[in-house]
Design a protein around this ligand. Structure first.
Ligand SMILES: Nc1ncnc2c1ncn2[C@@H]1O[C@H](COP(=O)(O)OP(=O)(O)OP(=O)(O)O)[C@@H](O)[C@H]1O
Ligand SMILES: [Mg+2]
Length: 494
């Protein structure tokens, strides 16, 4: 059995059990009450038992986890209260990531992997527009045009718009207004740095699940301070990451410790005006990802920021202080109190408003998976540094990381944009008439097993092509993966 993780001290010590850590968790509390440090304490503990962690660092204050902490009067007092005898400072192995590629290794996804539903949300599309976007993806698939980056999608939209009439019989009506709306949306995304995010090399999820030479789990920190200015990109990216992990990881049942733990700080950003259909999928993914050995921890100011259906699945809970000034606040306190298994010796509602910084109401799941009786507890100090590292220290981390050099340079291989451009240039028929084979052999025609004319039939060549694509792990493989993801993320919609 993996040793339990000591997180805080109440009337008895409070342990987060590794075998229950995939039953998810919640860290809540008003601003400045200790949520991020609690996250840090938990993340370190996971790292020490060899569990890799992924956390989005919204305020930039989590990077200190990479360096040993230092003595201070306040910490000494806390250690004394907690009777922490042999406490030693230590940092964790850290990999920095950044969607904008500035404060960490660039994280990218292809348009194809993202799929029409998440993109539709990113672009604020209405149902009709999203329907058109879905068709555009389908036409690209049927014509074996790869959608990798923004300009692929832009070229594809233009192509479909210009030939709307030709596609009408097979795909239905494609309105110019909808195409225009999607194109305008893409421009906005481009201006927000989306150009850097969409493309290749796309993030290999295995790179998030590393351990170092001492067997400690790598803590992956996503710089999200700027992303916070475009919350939709942040939310979309994280939802994509979660669903991709779900798609790609094998079932493991109930492991003795998680394969990966995910922390969503400022989780309210994820759920604010989330369309019902995506919310339902998030609920579903959160429920099912447990059996893949992934624990998901939401960190937020107010538990009411998180949909009830998600909240109900968060077994391990740390509630820091809440204010109770307004009726709205009082409602939150009441709601938070009601989620705990009551403790006859503790007035939970009252305690929530009295807690000091770094103090919390804690209830972790026991060996049977039952929530422990809630206790008022002092959270341990982190072994690592509280607060951010310097820009130089960050550069050092980036330079020495296990993925240094892997993602730095974007690759722009032949995909929809290039193919469509060259077709137009050759004055070849610009469209593949629906239902027919592509006009010219596609780029992958020379790959054995890939010369089948598409994904329409269920014939043997087709099946072989699919498995070859999967085996290659190519973008065509991803295209198919996205098809699976697409079915998870909204196939039911229309
Ligand atoms: N467990 C702890 N051990 C030692 N110090 C702590 C602990 N928890 C909180 N603190 C102190 O309190 C400060 C504020 O905590 P923290 O940054 O975690 O708050 P927060 O709830 O994340 O705030 P915000 O909502 O602004 O992000 C920390 O910088 C640290 O000095
Ligand atoms: Mg914080």
């Amino acid at each position: 059995m993996v040793e339990p993780l000591f997180i805080g001290q109440g009337s008895s010590p409070l342990y987060l059990l590794p075998q229950m850590a995939n039953r998810h968790g919640l860290v809540a509390g008003a601003t400045g009450t200790g949520k991020t440090v609690t996250l840090q304490v938990m993340a370190e503990a996971f790292s020490r038992i060899g569990v890799p962690v992924f956390a989005a660092d919204i305020k930039g204050d989590l990077s200190g986890i990479s360096r040993p902490g230092t003595e201070s009067q306040k910490l000494a007092e806390r250690m004394k209260k907690l009777k922490l005898g042999n406490f030693s400072f230590a940092g964790c192995p850290v990999t920095c990531w950044d969607v904008l590629g500035e404060q960490g290794h660039p994280v990218r996804a292809t348009i194809s992997e993202m799929g029409p539903l998440l993109l539709g949300r990113l672009l604020n599309l209405n149902d009709t527009q999203e329907g058109v976007l879905t068709l555009v993806f389908k036409i690209a698939d049927d014509n074996q045009l790869l959608l990798l980056d923004l300009k692929d999608l832009q070229a594809m939209l233009q192509y479909v718009g210009d030939h709307a009439k030709d596609f009408q019989t097979q795909y239905g009506n494609i309105s110019a207004a909808s195409i225009g709306a999607i194109q305008r949306g893409l421009l906005t995304i481009q201006q927000q740095g989306g150009e850097k995010f969409f493309g290749e090399p796309a993030l290999n999820l295995d790179d998030l699940m590393q351990t170092d030479s001492q067997g400690h789990g790598v803590v992956n920190i996503l710089a999200a301070d700027k992303l916070n200015e475009s919350p939709k990109l942040y939310a979309t990216f994280l939802l994509w990451l979660l669903t991709s992990l779900f798609e790609q990881l094998p079932e493991v049942g109930d492991p003795e410790k998680p394969k990966l733990v995910f922390f969503f700080d400022e989780a309210h950003l994820l759920f604010s005006d989330l369309p019902k259909i995506i919310e339902d999928k998030v609920v579903q993914v959160v429920r099912l990802i447990r059996s893949k050995g992934v624990g998901v921890y939401f960190v937020t100011q107010n538990p009411l920021d998180i949909p009830q259906t998600v909240l109900g699945q968060l077994g391990n809970r740390v509630q820091h202080a809440l204010r109770a000034f307004t009726p709205q606040d009082q409602k939150a306190v009441k709601a938070a109190a009601e989620t705990f298994r009551s403790n006859p010796k503790l007035d939970v509602g009252k305690a929530i408003t009295e807690l000091e910084v770094g103090e919390a109401l804690i209830s972790f799941l026991d060996e049977q998976g039952t929530p422990g009786i809630v206790q008022r507890a002092l959270v341990c100090p982190p072994h690592s540094q509280i607060g951010p590292i310097t820009a130089e220290q960050r550069q050092e981390l980036i330079k020495n990381s296990v993925v240094a050099g892997v993602y730095e340079n974007a690759v722009d291989r032949e995909s929809a944009f290039e193919v469509l451009r060259s077709r137009a240039g050759q004055n070849a028929p610009a469209t593949t008439a629906p239902g027919q084979a592509p006009a010219s052999p596609p780029w992958y025609a020379n790959i054995p097993g890939m010369s089948g004319s598409g994904r329409r039939g269920d014939n043997l060549a087709d099946a072989m092509a699919k498995s070859a694509a999967r085996a290659m792990g190519s973008s065509l493989g991803r295209q198919i993966v996205r098809g699976v993801l697409g079915s998870l993320l909204g196939g039911s919609k229309r």
